[in-house]
Structures are given as structure tokens and as C-alpha cells.
Design a binder for this molecule. Structure first.
Ligand code: F6R
Length: 241
């Protein structure tokens, strides 16, 4: 399946294009289902949404997050619950009953994963799902070697991922070692369209492998070549000749 790429010369233009697409979708479908990503890349989109698109009614939208750390309570400033509620869900007036973030605090991880999968199934599918990629090609927290048919589950985080995410924590040793993530098969089954956000020169090589290299479980994001994807990239992230 073809990936439609949009390339922007400024972060502001990229953020506005994605925020506008989400907002216009919700305007035409008030009970839309949207998927959210976390990390550094989408923050500019959430800022644009919270700043410029509050007049759109997001109260009937159902939201799914890709992943959550295991062992960080929802009110921990580095948890993805905290990130999403503060940056995007609260500013947009999301209904807590329509927000599904994997539960990284449930002692029974399989039960937490099954609950999340059941909610996705009941939602009827995610219209637009934001995603980023890791330097090692991970998609959500599906690290290299994850099966393309994997489902929501607990995973060990790759040292590369823990190192990249250490910037969000006071002490690198505090980065959790495990997470609960939507699987690659989960995304394939439930995401009708992925909005892939990639920014920065440091992502250019892995973006090239993901979009143009072999489709292989060693580069989980290469699965995107088999899905409907709109790419939102800055010029720095674009592969060079
Ligand atoms: C976040 C997620 C991750 C990030 C990826 C890139 O929910 O699932 O796959 O998208 O690690 O992170 P940043 O944007 O911080 O470079």
C-alpha cells in the first residue's frame, strides 16, 4: 500500500497540518475514534490542538493510546497517562469514559492487555492513529524482532529505547524496563489509517529503512509499508541521496 508523504519546512506547519486533519475529521464525525502517540515528536501537534482547535468538540471522541510504561502510576509525571491527560485529553475536553490507555499498573498484565484489546474491538476500529518511530525502528513499543501478528502485551524495552527516553526522567536509571504496548498485529487489525510523524536528522536513516527497506520484523516500522499511512515529516528527516 502506498504511503502518502507530506514534507514540511517548519515544525509549526507540520503540527498545524496534523492538528487540522484531526480536527476536520472530528468535525465531520463527532464520535470518531482516534489513536494517540506519546514521546517528543507529537508534542507540537498536541500544543497546536490545545491552542488552536479547542472550538472543535472532542467530547464524543474515543481515544486509544499506543502504550504505557509498566510500574508508573497514572499520576507519575513520566507516565503516558499523565502526558496524554495534561497535554491533549484535558485541554480538548475528552470524556474519561472514552479514553483507553494500557494499564501499566495491573499486576495481571495479560488481563490488562486483554481489556485493552477488547475495548479496541468494541470501538469498531481507529480512524486515524498517530505514531512515531524509534531510532531502532520500533513502532509503539514493539521492539525489533516483534512479530507482525503480535497483540497487546507486556514487553521489555530495548536499551536503545530506554536511553532515548532517559531525557524525560530525572535519573536515567528511573526509566522503566518494561511497558505494555499495542502489538503490531493490533495496529494492523484496528488502525484504518496511520498518521506517521517523524522529525529530525537523527531519524532520517531509520525512516528510510522503514519506508524503503525490506519489510522485516527486524524493523517493526517497516510493517507500515503494508498499511494505509499518511507521513508527516520535516525536511531534516527526509532521506538524503
Ligand atoms: C510513543 C511510542 C514510541 C515513540 C517513539 C519515538 O507512544 O509508542 O514508539 O513514538 O519512541 O519517540 P520520540 O517521538 O520521543 O522520538
Amino acid at each position: 500500500m502506498a504511503i502518502t508523504s507530506h514534507v514540511f519546512s517548519t515544525s509549526e506547519a507540520l503540527a498545524d497540518a496534523v492538528a487540522r486533519k484531526l480536527s476536520e475529521h472530528v468535525s465531520t464525525k463527532p464520535d470518531a475514534v482516534l489513536g494517540l502517540a506519546t514521546g517528543g515528536t507529537p508534542t507540537i501537534v498536541y500544543e497546536a490542538l490545545a491552542r488552536d482547535y479547542r472550538s472543535t468538540d472532542f467530547s464524543r471522541v474515543t481515544f486509544f493510546a499506543l502504550d504505557e510504561y509498566i510500574g508508573l502510576p497514572p499520576d507519575h509525571p513520566c507516565s503516558y497517562h499523565h502526558y496524554l491527560w495534561h497535554r491533549v485529553l484535558k485541554p480538548l475536553g475528552a470524556d474519561p469514559a472514552r479514553v483507553f490507555i494500557p494499564d501499566g499498573m495491573d499486576d495481571d498484565r495479560q488481563r490488562a492487555a486483554a481489556r485493552y484489546e477488547a475495548s479496541l474491538e468494541a470501538s469498531g476500529g481507529v480512524d486515524l492513529w498517530l505514531a512515531g518511530i524509534g531510532h531502532n525502528g520500533h513502532l509503539a513499543f514493539n521492539e525489533p524482532g516483534s512479530a507482525f501478528d503480535s497483540r497487546t502485551r507486556d514487553v521489555d524495552l530495548n536499551p536503545v529505547t530506554r536511553q532515548a527516553n532517559a531525557r524525560f526522567f530525572d535519573d536515567p536509571a528511573d526509566v522503566p524496563t518494561c511497558a505494555i504496548t499495542a502489538g503490531l498485529g493490533t495496529l494492523k487489525a484496528h488502525a484504518r489509517e496511520i498518521l506517521l510523524l517523524v522529525r529530525g536528522l537523527d531519524k532520517a536513516a531509520i525512516l528510510d529503512r522503514a519506508l524503503n527497506g525490506p519489510v522485516t520484523e527486524e524493523v517493526p516500522a517497516s510493517m507500515l509499508q503494508t498499511m494505509r499511512v499518511s507521513g508527516y515529516f520535516d525536511q531534516a528527516a527526509m532521506p538524503r541521496d
